[in-house]
Design a binder for this molecule. Structure first.
Ligand code: AMP
Ligand code: ZN
Length: 468
């Protein structure tokens, strides 16, 4: 298998530390809010990695943490504590907030067919180990105390910045402009590994430095070491984690052990919505539940993600999701035709060749779009065969589109579809609204049609009407 390593900026041959089991750590969610579909893209990537490794015969020990201690609203040490803020606004305790959003997150994983990693430890259950980690860093001269916490002294770790290839001087200058200067910090880019808690801070634990709570980065360094040891194979996250969070994890872990902590750093690119950033103020931080409410199946979103390479930005639009839903329905229909056919009419060498082609695609730095293309090519085979159905199940071990469960759908009506006058009128009204750039009305009509079991696909030739 080959994977792109952010550390070397190259595709590398994957060689695990042990042949028996691949060790992986994925930065998990901070559970103070609903995960949006951008977050879920990163977890779909994590899942594709898991499944591709398994296709290659590896066993996995995969850890994904649950950050149920709030960290501050910025990646640095500024801003409010996210968990406490949510607790205050929702008049709940931070523990209630965390428990609720953790269960919603696991539900979303299930809906998207994302396998739950072998271990999903919670930060609040590892506070003692984090304190020990901080103590050890201080004993080794990497940590120092100020009036508001314990900080990591990055000047003691000359390799700092290697992952992001940041020019440290520039970073320092940037940080000192951005951050309210904390005069007690030796360098502006030093970061908190333990924070002393003011009285009103709800989540706090006793420590050698008084009551306090852990820095965000120390959580991941502690839990990865606890379950995977000083050195492990793969660390995943979104690209936003490269410059601060992962840089800080490396500094803490490697300062403590003196060893290289991770062999392969893998990061997935961001999901954009309408070619822009998702943000609360734009009202476009959609969740999986939002997609379901609009009549889409969560697996249509998964299919949409599989159509893009994880290292490229992916642009979400409702029309693109419509197209993904239609393609997924067609895929199920195509598979069902093969399922119903007789077996044994395709030479076994041909099937092996297809499997090899598919495995090579997904093993080449998770080229799932190519894998999906191979599945489509095979499904379009003129002769129907139950062997092709079996091949689809083989591919689905990686794609995770629940093909087996959906392989009894009726063949899609490929010919002219009978559509009522009412629907035709609505379609025309939507086209007129689009022409007039009244996208709000156009979207409302599309949603109304969706509720009536009608999906609209905008093609070059015009609007295509598809009945569910
Ligand atoms: P958080 O809970 O904020 O730590 O985010 C959870 C995961 O989602 C992290 O791995 C982030 O890198 C990732 N993430 C956040 N925003 C996006 C986005 N727009 N597209 C893809 N991944 C994202
Ligand atoms: Zn992390």
């Amino acid at each position: 298998m080959k994977v792109y390593n952010t550390m070397s900026r190259k595709k590398e041959e994957f060689k695990p530390l042990s042949d028996e089991c691949v060790t992986i750590y994925s930065c998990g969610p901070t559970v103070y809010n609903y995960a949006h579909i951008g977050n879920m893209r990163t977890y779909v990537f994590m899942d594709i990695l898991r499944r591709s490794l398994k296709l290659n015969g590896y066993n996995l020990k995969h850890v994904m943490n649950i950050t149920d201690v709030g960290h501050l609203t910025s990646d640095g040490d500024e801003g409010e504590d996210k968990m406490e803020k949510a607790a205050k606004t929702q008049k709940k305790t931070p523990w209630e907030i965390a428990a609720y959003f953790t269960s919603v997150f696991f539900e979303d994983l299930k809906r998207l067919n994302i396998e739950k990693p072998e271990l999903t430890p919670k930060a609040t259950e590892h506070i003692d180990q984090m304190i020990e980690f901080v103590q050890e860093l201080c004993a080794k001269g990497y940590g120092y105390e100020t009036s508001d916490g314990i900080y990591f002294d990055i000047s003691k770790f000359p390799r700092y910045g290697r992952l992001s290839r940041a020019n440290l001087e520039e970073q320092l200058a940037g940080a000192s402009e951005r951050v309210e200067v904390n005069n007690e910090k030796r360098h502006p880019a030093d970061f908190a590994i333990w924070k002393k808690a003011p009285k009103e801070h709800i989540m706090q634990w006793p420590s050698p430095w008084g009551m306090g709570y852990p820095g965000w980065h120390i959580e991941c360094s502690t839990m990865s070491r606890e379950y995977l040891g000083d050195c492990f194979d793969i660390h995943t996250g979104g690209v936003d984690h490269i410059p601060i969070h992962h840089e800080n994890e490396i500094a803490q872990s490697e300062a403590l052990t003196g060893k290289k902590s991770v062999d392969y750093w893998m990061h997935s690119e961001f999901l954009l919505v309408d070619n822009g950033k998702m943000s609360k103020s734009l009202g476009n931080t959609y969740t999986v539940s939002d997609l379901i409410e609009k009549g889409y199946s969560p697996l249509a979103y998964r299919y949409f993600c599989l159509n893009g390479n994880y290292r490229n930005k992916l642009n979400f639009t409702w029309d693109a999701l419509d197209a993904a839903q239609t393609s997924l329905n067609r895929l199920y229909a195509a598979v069902s035709k093969h399922k119903a056919a007789a077996a044994g009419n395709i030479p076994s060498e041909t099937i092996e060749e297809w499997k090899k082609e598919f495995a090579e695609a997904v093993s080449d730095d998770l080229n799932v779009p190519l894998g999906l293309g191979i599945l489509w090519k095979v499904l379009k085979n003129g002769e129907k065969s139950h062997d092709i159905y079996e091949f689809a199940l083989y591919a689905d071990a990686v794609l995770g589109l629940s093909i087996e469960e959906n392989s009894d759908v009726k063949e899609e009506d490929g010919g002219e579809q009978e559509v009522s006058q009412e629907i035709l009128e609505l379609v025309e009204k939507r086209s007129a609204a689009k022409k007039a750039k009244d996208f709000k009305t156009a979207d409302e009509i599309r949603d109304q049609l969706k509720n009536m079991g009608i999906t609209l696909i905008d093609t070059k030739e015009g609007v295509k009407i598809v009945k569910d």
